[in-house]
Design a protein around this ligand. Sequence first.
Ligand SMILES: N[C@@H](CCC(=O)N[C@@H](CS)C(=O)NCC(=O)O)C(=O)O
Length: 308
Amino acid sequence: MNLQEPILHHYDSSPFSEKVRMAFGIKGIAWRSVLIPNMMPKPDYVPLTGGYRRTPSMQIGAEVWCDSAAILRELERRHPDPTLYPEGYSGLADALGFWSDRTFFMVAVQLIFGTIGHSVSQAFIDDRARMSGTEFDIARMRAAVPLMREQYRSHLAFLDRQLADGRRFLGGDAPGMLDLHPWHVVWFLRQVCPEEAELIDAFTALPAWEARMREIGHGERREIGARDALSVAAVEMPETLPEGDPEEPNGLVPGMKVEVAPDDYGRDQVAGEIVVVNTAEIALLRRHPELGEIVVHFPRAGYVVLPR
Ligand SMILES: N[C@@H](CCC(=O)N[C@@H](CS)C(=O)NCC(=O)O)C(=O)O
Protein backbone atom coordinates (compact mmCIF):
# COMPACT_ATOMS: atom_id res chain seq x y z
CA MET A 1 0.00 0.00 0.00
CA ASN A 2 1.15 3.53 -0.82
CA LEU A 3 1.55 5.02 2.67
CA GLN A 4 0.87 8.53 1.36
CA GLU A 5 -2.53 7.62 -0.07
CA PRO A 6 -5.40 9.47 1.66
CA ILE A 7 -7.31 7.33 4.15
CA LEU A 8 -10.85 8.50 4.84
CA HIS A 9 -12.26 7.53 8.24
CA HIS A 10 -16.01 7.58 7.65
CA TYR A 11 -19.23 5.57 7.42
CA ASP A 12 -21.43 5.26 4.39
CA SER A 13 -24.47 7.10 5.74
CA SER A 14 -22.43 10.11 6.93
CA PRO A 15 -23.38 13.23 4.95
CA PHE A 16 -20.20 15.19 5.72
CA SER A 17 -18.22 12.17 4.53
CA GLU A 18 -20.27 12.18 1.34
CA LYS A 19 -19.06 15.72 0.72
CA VAL A 20 -15.47 14.46 0.83
CA ARG A 21 -16.16 11.28 -1.16
CA MET A 22 -17.57 13.48 -3.92
CA ALA A 23 -14.46 15.66 -3.83
CA PHE A 24 -12.41 12.49 -4.41
CA GLY A 25 -14.70 11.85 -7.38
CA ILE A 26 -14.33 15.34 -8.86
CA LYS A 27 -10.57 15.17 -8.55
CA GLY A 28 -10.29 11.50 -9.61
CA ILE A 29 -8.36 10.54 -6.48
CA ALA A 30 -7.56 6.98 -5.33
CA TRP A 31 -8.20 6.62 -1.60
CA ARG A 32 -8.49 4.10 1.20
CA SER A 33 -11.65 3.74 3.21
CA VAL A 34 -11.78 2.89 6.90
CA LEU A 35 -15.31 2.38 8.18
CA ILE A 36 -15.73 3.75 11.69
CA PRO A 37 -18.70 3.41 14.10
CA ASN A 38 -21.44 6.03 13.76
CA MET A 39 -21.46 6.62 17.52
CA MET A 40 -19.11 6.43 20.47
CA PRO A 41 -17.05 4.51 21.47
CA LYS A 42 -14.55 4.68 18.57
CA PRO A 43 -11.47 2.99 20.06
CA ASP A 44 -9.52 2.74 16.80
CA TYR A 45 -10.32 6.29 15.72
CA VAL A 46 -9.87 8.61 18.68
CA PRO A 47 -6.18 7.66 19.20
CA LEU A 48 -5.51 9.13 15.76
CA THR A 49 -7.43 12.37 16.25
CA GLY A 50 -6.50 12.91 19.90
CA GLY A 51 -10.14 13.11 21.02
CA TYR A 52 -12.03 14.53 18.04
CA ARG A 53 -14.97 12.16 17.58
CA ARG A 54 -16.80 13.58 14.60
CA THR A 55 -16.90 12.05 11.15
CA PRO A 56 -15.07 12.27 8.79
CA SER A 57 -11.35 12.75 9.12
CA MET A 58 -8.67 12.12 6.54
CA GLN A 59 -5.33 10.57 7.40
CA ILE A 60 -2.21 10.79 5.27
CA GLY A 61 0.72 9.03 6.90
CA ALA A 62 1.03 10.41 10.45
CA GLU A 63 -1.18 13.46 9.82
CA VAL A 64 -4.93 13.77 10.27
CA TRP A 65 -7.30 16.42 8.93
CA CYS A 66 -10.43 16.78 11.07
CA ASP A 67 -13.60 18.29 9.58
CA SER A 68 -14.64 18.22 5.92
CA ALA A 69 -13.50 21.86 5.53
CA ALA A 70 -9.91 21.01 6.52
CA ILE A 71 -9.99 17.89 4.35
CA LEU A 72 -11.21 19.71 1.25
CA ARG A 73 -8.60 22.41 1.72
CA GLU A 74 -5.83 19.82 1.90
CA LEU A 75 -7.14 17.92 -1.11
CA GLU A 76 -7.16 21.15 -3.11
CA ARG A 77 -3.58 21.86 -2.02
CA ARG A 78 -2.32 18.40 -2.98
CA HIS A 79 -4.45 17.96 -6.10
CA PRO A 80 -5.09 21.46 -7.48
CA ASP A 81 -6.28 20.20 -10.86
CA PRO A 82 -9.21 20.23 -11.41
CA THR A 83 -9.83 22.99 -8.91
CA LEU A 84 -12.88 22.95 -6.67
CA TYR A 85 -13.14 26.74 -6.91
CA PRO A 86 -15.07 28.48 -9.68
CA GLU A 87 -13.00 31.41 -10.92
CA GLY A 88 -13.34 34.43 -8.67
CA TYR A 89 -15.12 32.57 -5.86
CA SER A 90 -12.38 31.24 -3.65
CA GLY A 91 -13.42 33.08 -0.47
CA LEU A 92 -17.17 33.04 -0.83
CA ALA A 93 -17.19 29.39 -1.90
CA ASP A 94 -15.73 28.50 1.51
CA ALA A 95 -18.07 30.87 3.33
CA LEU A 96 -21.05 29.11 1.76
CA GLY A 97 -20.18 26.07 3.89
CA PHE A 98 -21.40 27.92 6.95
CA TRP A 99 -24.86 28.18 5.38
CA SER A 100 -24.98 24.58 4.14
CA ASP A 101 -23.29 22.85 7.08
CA ARG A 102 -25.04 24.67 9.87
CA THR A 103 -28.36 26.25 8.83
CA PHE A 104 -29.43 24.05 5.90
CA PHE A 105 -28.02 20.86 7.49
CA MET A 106 -29.81 21.46 10.80
CA VAL A 107 -33.12 21.89 8.99
CA ALA A 108 -32.47 18.55 7.28
CA VAL A 109 -31.57 16.86 10.57
CA GLN A 110 -34.90 17.88 12.09
CA LEU A 111 -36.87 16.93 9.01
CA ILE A 112 -35.14 13.56 8.67
CA PHE A 113 -35.10 12.48 12.31
CA GLY A 114 -38.60 13.85 12.82
CA THR A 115 -39.66 11.50 10.02
CA ILE A 116 -37.56 8.37 10.63
CA GLY A 117 -36.81 8.88 14.34
CA HIS A 118 -39.00 5.92 15.37
CA SER A 119 -36.57 3.54 13.60
CA VAL A 120 -33.43 4.95 15.28
CA SER A 121 -31.92 3.07 18.23
CA GLN A 122 -32.01 4.50 21.74
CA ALA A 123 -28.20 4.17 21.84
CA PHE A 124 -27.96 6.51 18.83
CA ILE A 125 -30.37 9.01 20.38
CA ASP A 126 -28.42 9.01 23.64
CA ASP A 127 -25.14 9.41 21.77
CA ARG A 128 -26.37 12.40 19.77
CA ALA A 129 -27.77 14.00 22.94
CA ARG A 130 -24.36 13.63 24.62
CA MET A 131 -22.61 14.97 21.52
CA SER A 132 -24.80 18.05 21.22
CA GLY A 133 -25.05 18.70 24.95
CA THR A 134 -28.82 18.96 24.65
CA GLU A 135 -31.74 16.58 24.27
CA PHE A 136 -32.08 14.79 20.90
CA ASP A 137 -35.85 15.05 21.14
CA ILE A 138 -37.45 12.92 18.42
CA ALA A 139 -41.02 13.83 19.50
CA ARG A 140 -40.25 17.54 19.17
CA MET A 141 -38.62 16.99 15.80
CA ARG A 142 -41.67 15.00 14.68
CA ALA A 143 -43.92 17.89 15.66
CA ALA A 144 -41.69 20.29 13.70
CA VAL A 145 -41.72 18.23 10.47
CA PRO A 146 -44.35 20.38 8.66
CA LEU A 147 -42.37 23.54 9.45
CA MET A 148 -39.06 21.95 8.50
CA ARG A 149 -40.53 20.75 5.19
CA GLU A 150 -41.24 24.40 4.35
CA GLN A 151 -37.77 25.45 5.47
CA TYR A 152 -35.98 22.69 3.62
CA ARG A 153 -37.91 23.55 0.46
CA SER A 154 -37.07 27.22 0.69
CA HIS A 155 -33.35 26.40 0.98
CA LEU A 156 -33.65 24.05 -2.01
CA ALA A 157 -35.20 26.95 -3.94
CA PHE A 158 -31.90 28.88 -3.61
CA LEU A 159 -30.22 26.06 -5.50
CA ASP A 160 -32.92 25.66 -8.12
CA ARG A 161 -32.84 29.41 -8.82
CA GLN A 162 -29.06 29.30 -9.24
CA LEU A 163 -29.48 26.51 -11.79
CA ALA A 164 -32.34 28.21 -13.64
CA ASP A 165 -30.15 29.60 -16.46
CA GLY A 166 -29.37 26.04 -17.57
CA ARG A 167 -25.88 25.77 -16.04
CA ARG A 168 -24.74 22.23 -15.29
CA PHE A 169 -23.39 22.92 -11.82
CA LEU A 170 -23.99 25.65 -9.25
CA GLY A 171 -20.75 27.46 -10.12
CA GLY A 172 -20.99 26.99 -13.91
CA ASP A 173 -19.87 24.16 -16.20
CA ALA A 174 -17.67 22.31 -13.73
CA PRO A 175 -18.57 20.79 -10.35
CA GLY A 176 -16.84 22.22 -7.30
CA MET A 177 -17.15 23.65 -3.84
CA LEU A 178 -20.44 25.46 -4.55
CA ASP A 179 -21.95 22.05 -5.33
CA LEU A 180 -20.26 20.06 -2.56
CA HIS A 181 -21.55 22.31 0.20
CA PRO A 182 -25.27 21.78 -0.37
CA TRP A 183 -24.86 18.37 -2.04
CA HIS A 184 -24.50 16.46 1.19
CA VAL A 185 -27.71 17.97 2.58
CA VAL A 186 -29.69 17.00 -0.54
CA TRP A 187 -28.00 13.56 -0.61
CA PHE A 188 -28.79 13.02 3.09
CA LEU A 189 -32.54 13.43 2.59
CA ARG A 190 -32.65 11.31 -0.58
CA GLN A 191 -30.55 8.58 1.04
CA VAL A 192 -31.94 8.36 4.53
CA CYS A 193 -35.47 9.70 4.15
CA PRO A 194 -36.72 8.93 0.62
CA GLU A 195 -40.31 9.48 1.79
CA GLU A 196 -39.57 13.24 1.76
CA ALA A 197 -37.56 13.27 -1.49
CA GLU A 198 -40.46 14.56 -3.53
CA LEU A 199 -39.55 17.94 -2.04
CA ILE A 200 -36.51 17.74 -4.33
CA ASP A 201 -38.28 16.16 -7.29
CA ALA A 202 -40.86 18.94 -7.45
CA PHE A 203 -38.20 21.45 -8.56
CA THR A 204 -37.36 22.13 -12.20
CA ALA A 205 -33.58 22.09 -12.41
CA LEU A 206 -32.56 20.43 -9.13
CA PRO A 207 -33.25 16.77 -10.02
CA ALA A 208 -31.06 16.95 -13.14
CA TRP A 209 -28.26 18.58 -11.10
CA GLU A 210 -28.62 15.80 -8.54
CA ALA A 211 -28.30 13.19 -11.30
CA ARG A 212 -25.21 14.92 -12.71
CA MET A 213 -23.64 14.99 -9.25
CA ARG A 214 -24.36 11.30 -8.70
CA GLU A 215 -22.66 10.44 -12.00
CA ILE A 216 -19.37 11.92 -10.74
CA GLY A 217 -18.91 9.08 -8.28
CA HIS A 218 -16.36 8.76 -5.50
CA GLY A 219 -13.02 8.25 -7.24
CA GLU A 220 -11.18 4.99 -6.61
CA ARG A 221 -12.15 3.57 -3.22
CA ARG A 222 -10.49 0.59 -1.54
CA GLU A 223 -11.30 -0.72 1.93
CA ILE A 224 -8.70 -1.25 4.64
CA GLY A 225 -9.08 -2.10 8.32
CA ALA A 226 -8.87 0.43 11.13
CA ARG A 227 -5.81 -1.36 12.55
CA ASP A 228 -4.03 -0.99 9.18
CA ALA A 229 -4.60 2.77 9.31
CA LEU A 230 -3.17 2.89 12.83
CA SER A 231 -0.09 0.98 11.61
CA VAL A 232 0.42 3.57 8.86
CA ALA A 233 0.37 6.34 11.46
CA ALA A 234 2.83 4.40 13.62
CA VAL A 235 5.45 3.89 10.90
CA GLU A 236 5.15 7.31 9.22
CA MET A 237 6.37 10.67 10.51
CA PRO A 238 4.52 14.00 10.25
CA GLU A 239 5.83 16.23 7.46
CA THR A 240 4.16 19.58 8.11
CA LEU A 241 6.65 22.35 8.88
CA PRO A 242 6.03 25.07 11.48
CA GLU A 243 4.27 28.17 10.23
CA GLY A 244 3.06 31.19 12.18
CA ASP A 245 1.07 34.31 11.47
CA PRO A 246 2.41 37.63 12.87
CA GLU A 247 -1.12 39.08 12.79
CA GLU A 248 -2.56 36.45 15.17
CA PRO A 249 -4.68 38.60 17.50
CA ASN A 250 -3.94 36.63 20.69
CA GLY A 251 -0.30 35.81 20.11
CA LEU A 252 -0.68 32.14 19.16
CA VAL A 253 2.65 30.87 17.81
CA PRO A 254 4.19 27.50 16.86
CA GLY A 255 5.36 25.60 19.94
CA MET A 256 2.57 26.85 22.22
CA LYS A 257 0.51 24.22 24.06
CA VAL A 258 -3.20 24.63 23.37
CA GLU A 259 -6.50 22.79 23.15
CA VAL A 260 -8.73 22.95 20.08
CA ALA A 261 -12.44 22.10 19.95
CA PRO A 262 -15.42 22.63 17.62
CA ASP A 263 -17.64 25.54 18.66
CA ASP A 264 -20.93 23.87 17.73
CA TYR A 265 -21.29 20.19 18.79
CA GLY A 266 -19.02 17.25 19.53
CA ARG A 267 -16.88 19.74 21.45
CA ASP A 268 -14.23 17.29 22.64
CA GLN A 269 -10.92 19.04 23.10
CA VAL A 270 -7.73 17.97 21.38
CA ALA A 271 -4.53 18.97 23.14
CA GLY A 272 -1.17 19.52 21.50
CA GLU A 273 1.59 21.92 20.49
CA ILE A 274 0.90 24.35 17.68
CA VAL A 275 2.71 23.54 14.44
CA VAL A 276 0.72 25.73 12.04
CA VAL A 277 -1.50 28.65 12.86
CA ASN A 278 -3.11 31.01 10.37
CA THR A 279 -6.59 32.24 9.43
CA ALA A 280 -7.45 28.98 7.64
CA GLU A 281 -6.04 26.26 9.88
CA ILE A 282 -4.52 25.27 13.16
CA ALA A 283 -2.38 22.13 13.29
CA LEU A 284 -1.23 20.50 16.54
CA LEU A 285 1.59 18.08 17.23
CA ARG A 286 0.62 15.25 19.59
CA ARG A 287 2.58 12.33 20.94
CA HIS A 288 0.77 9.02 21.32
CA PRO A 289 2.41 6.18 23.30
CA GLU A 290 1.92 3.62 20.48
CA LEU A 291 1.55 5.77 17.37
CA GLY A 292 4.34 8.24 18.06
CA GLU A 293 4.12 11.79 16.70
CA ILE A 294 0.92 12.78 14.94
CA VAL A 295 -0.06 16.16 13.53
CA VAL A 296 -3.80 16.92 13.65
CA HIS A 297 -5.23 19.72 11.50
CA PHE A 298 -8.44 21.69 12.13
CA PRO A 299 -10.14 24.52 10.28
CA ARG A 300 -9.89 27.81 12.09
CA ALA A 301 -13.42 29.11 11.48
CA GLY A 302 -15.81 27.22 13.74
CA TYR A 303 -13.12 25.96 16.15
CA VAL A 304 -11.98 27.53 19.40
CA VAL A 305 -8.36 27.53 20.53
CA LEU A 306 -7.66 27.70 24.25
CA PRO A 307 -4.19 28.05 25.85
CA ARG A 308 -3.31 25.20 28.25
N1 LIG B 1 -18.16 20.44 10.61
C1 LIG B 1 -17.97 19.00 10.56
C2 LIG B 1 -19.27 18.30 10.89
C3 LIG B 1 -19.11 16.80 10.93
C4 LIG B 1 -20.34 16.09 11.44
O1 LIG B 1 -21.26 16.66 12.02
N2 LIG B 1 -20.33 14.79 11.23
C5 LIG B 1 -21.38 13.93 11.76
C6 LIG B 1 -21.58 12.75 10.81
S1 LIG B 1 -21.92 13.24 9.16
C7 LIG B 1 -20.90 13.35 13.05
O2 LIG B 1 -19.76 13.54 13.41
N3 LIG B 1 -21.75 12.61 13.74
C8 LIG B 1 -21.35 11.95 14.93
C9 LIG B 1 -20.41 10.81 14.70
O3 LIG B 1 -20.18 10.39 13.56
O4 LIG B 1 -19.91 10.30 15.69
C10 LIG B 1 -17.45 18.63 9.18
O5 LIG B 1 -17.63 19.42 8.24
O6 LIG B 1 -16.80 17.58 9.03
